[in-house]
Design a protein around this ligand. Sequence first.
Ligand SMILES: Cc1cc2nc3c(=O)[nH]c(=O)nc-3n(C[C@H](O)[C@H](O)[C@H](O)COP(=O)(O)OP(=O)(O)OC[C@H]3O[C@@H](n4cnc5c(N)ncnc54)[C@H](O)[C@@H]3O)c2cc1C
Ligand code: FES
Ligand code: FES
Length: 470
Amino acid sequence: MIKFILNNTEITTNAIPGMVLMDYVRYERNLKGTKIGCREGDCGACTVLIGELKNNELTYTSATSCLTALGNIHNKHIVTVEGTNFDYDPNPIQQAMCDEAGTQCGFCTPGFIVSMAGYALSDKQPNQKNAIAAVDGNICRCTGYKSIERALDRITDLIKDKTDDPIDFVTSKNILPAYFRGIKERLQNLATQSNGQAQPQAESARFLGGGTDLYVQQHDKMVYANIDFLSNKKQLKGITKQGDQCIIGGSSTVTDLITSPVILEYFPKIAEVGKLISSTPIRNIATFAGNFVNGSPIGDFSIFFLALGVIITLSDGETKREVPLDQFYKGYKTLDKKPNEFVESFRFTLPDKNTQFAFEKVSKRTHLDIASVNSAMKLTISGNIITDARISAGGVFAFPLYLLKTSSFLIGKELTEELITEATQLVQTEIAPISDARGTSEYKRLLLSQLIKAHFIKLFPALEIDKLLV
Ligand SMILES: Cc1cc2nc3c(=O)[nH]c(=O)nc-3n(C[C@H](O)[C@H](O)[C@H](O)COP(=O)(O)OP(=O)(O)OC[C@H]3O[C@@H](n4cnc5c(N)ncnc54)[C@H](O)[C@@H]3O)c2cc1C
Ligand code: FES
Ligand code: FES
């Protein structure tokens, strides 16, 4: 049995847990405001809000319901566009879209309204940047974004005095319906009544994180699969610091990372990296374990964490073992992982004051696109001598690659322009890119050299090595 609150109604259902939420709300609950666009997480027409208790606080994030399995929403609050409605009049968010002519055919509009409601309910500062970021997963085919931006400005104005309790604020100002006020208590009650979800048969169960890979590639198989819903397991979540180690639960999401106080202390510019990866609703549900295990040669977080020297803890429920991420990949989509082992957590040594980190990604579009080539670099420097280096690269090999030769070459050497040039020549001997839709092999070779130079330019502006890019 899956229990959750759908808008203002408590639901207990024995519907197939592998069914996606979009199909459930449309076909089982007749809530047709949630639209079916791409079914691949790209268009945002199916956006819903997911409210859940974190440290006993209720927080709302947007998600693509076309990729969210019903089993992943147990004990949560789901808000569709109907759940933002008042009885008769449009809510002020809907009204702002009408007044600013932010809607024409209307197909994308419910998704935009839900994302905008998420912005109002969030703890983000009300400003234009955060307003636009809230709808970065919503695409409109016919209106044009200027009128939608104007509607966002109106909404920002409506919530400009938002307090520390956004739920209380939006309900007391009649921006969203009053029932939101009681949701926290209802979720607390639900968690105590609920005896958890039925456990899958362990031997054959498929592990599911956020579903942003599996449901794009294998939707039909997943609906009826025997699934182990790992995103719902609290023991696989959380980002903590223990001594000099950062420990991250395998089911932590990209949003967990970019909002984590531990991470922000050591990587203050992490949000800039986050913005290069998918869109807000995908970042809210996509897990790191899913990125590692998917084994995509251009997986952004595989590249990011390879440079940080991550060590993964695999568990089969009884026995645990550790595997360095740079030894996890054995071939194209071939991993050092038994079928019944899941990624429980992973850890890395937090950088000291002499260590710097950079991530670069080149894709056909700057935002909402997968990489042609990506790369990360961690460099420790003492005086002008490199004492440690780890560089990784994606899109240049059959799997996410730790550049062992190039990294080792840099260690113990003085940081000079010549050294960087030599490193970009050496790197060519340890990669084997293929030509595909993301670029020719020659282009990818050139890109990687340029990205390595870009790391140094970003981290050491005083060196004035910009001319190396030419
Ligand atoms: C619109 C869109 C944009 C995207 N943009 C990007 C992008 O910019 N960069 C990028 O790198 N990726 C991108 N992706 C891909 C995807 O979001 C990421 O790879 C994501 O991290 C996958 O995580 P998930 O939890 O959703 O994986 P899932 O789909 O749940 O699972 C993927 C694989 O991992 C396995 N798995 C999941 N959790 C575990 C676990 N704990 N232990 C063992 N196995 C596990 C599953 O069995 C499956 O084989 C995008 C996807 C979409 C739909
Ligand atoms: S239908 Fe397009 S993102 Fe879900
Ligand atoms: S109003 Fe038609 S797609 Fe946005």
